[in-house]
Write a protein that binds this ligand. Structure first.
Ligand code: ATP
Ligand code: NMN
Ligand code: ZN
Length: 251
């Protein structure tokens, strides 16, 4: 069986990053590798731009710092700060396309005559180069998300049909189940998702964990412990920088 090499890219607020954001990658890698059709060679976390304008979204400077701390334990998942460094919010399709193009460029340089002299290559590219093998240009960047993000495709005006087609048709989706969502039904009820069903892998999280950044922010606001829900380095950074604390706490 020919195996497609895959890099999983998760986008989102990560406000703050939780263990569940990291677990998504481990779950998806195990699942996709087990299928035999794929070989997952890397993961990318791409925090959303500050202009996304979501309620309570803290500055990307802090979110990037938090992700760096959260990822320091991982030898295969990397931060990409490309999205936050754009002049404004970018659609997810563009995020996937940028990373796919960048990867194609760097992996084809590896297999061709050109030697790479750019010292500014992000870690996720270095890692991909090490794992894609020479002559292999077929690494695919897939979108990794929770089932609630998949279901947001049905929110009127939020995603364009062309973007959904491209995300699923050109890249593919790895979807982690999440309580309150029913991705199988959602796909069944959507013509566009049913059409590209072969490119959507649904991964059941059996060790269910309902942690969310909203709940973490709520606990922090109330001065409650969030220990064992986030990496300890992330908790320390939040405390040291008084992030997500209530106005009352700051008085
Ligand atoms: N517990 C979870 N199970 C499955 N997927 C999750 C879980 N938590 C987050 N995700 C996924 O992680 C990605 C980033 O999500 P996001 O940053 O919105 O986290 P969140 O915990 O949902 O935060 P918030 O509560 O602020 O919306 C999304 O694809 C989301 O579906
Ligand atoms: N049309 C689009 O491309 C589109 C629409 C809504 C959200 N998104 C992305 O989905 C993610 C959603 O993150 P949250 O779940 O934290 O809101 C963000 O990365 C955001 O950029 C993309
Ligand atoms: Zn969310």
């Amino acid at each position: 069986m020919t195996q497609t090499k895959v890099i999983l890219l998760a986008c989102g607020s990560f406000n703050p990053p939780t263990f569940m954001h990291l677990r998504m990658f481990e779950l998806a890698r195990d699942h996709l590798n087990r299928l035999g059709r794929y070989q997952v060679i890397g993961g990318i976390m791409s925090p959303v731009h500050d202009n996304y304008g979501k309620k309570e979204l803290i500055s990307s400077t802090h979110r990037v710092a938090l992700l760096r701390l959260a990822l320091q334990d991982s030898d295969w998942i990397f931060l990409s700060d490309w999205e936050v460094n754009q002049s404004s919010w970018v659609r997810t399709r563009q995020v996937l396309q940028y990373h796919q193009n960048k990867l194609n460029m760097h992996t084809s340089e590896l297999s061709g005559n050109k030697r790479h002299i750019d010292n500014d290559v992000p870690a996720w590219i270095h890692h991909a180069q090490k794992h894609c093998g020479s002559g292999n240009m077929g690494v695919r960047v897939k979108l990794l998300c929770g089932a609630d993000l998949l279901e947001s495709f049905g929110t009127p005006g939020l995603w364009s049909d062309q973007d959904i087609e491209s995300l699923i048709g050109d890249h593919g989706l790895a979807v982690i189940t999440r309580s309150g969502s029913d991705p199988y039904r959602f796909i069944y009820e959507s013509d566009i998702l049913s059409k590209y069903q072969n490119n959507i892998d649904i991964i059941t999280e059996w060790i269910t964990n309902e942690v969310s950044s909203t709940k973490i922010r709520r606990s922090l606001r109330r001065g409650e412990s969030v220990k064992y829900l986030l990496p300890v380095e992330v908790i320390d950074y939040i405390k040291n920088n008084s992030l997500y604390s209530s106005i009352i706490d700051k008085q």
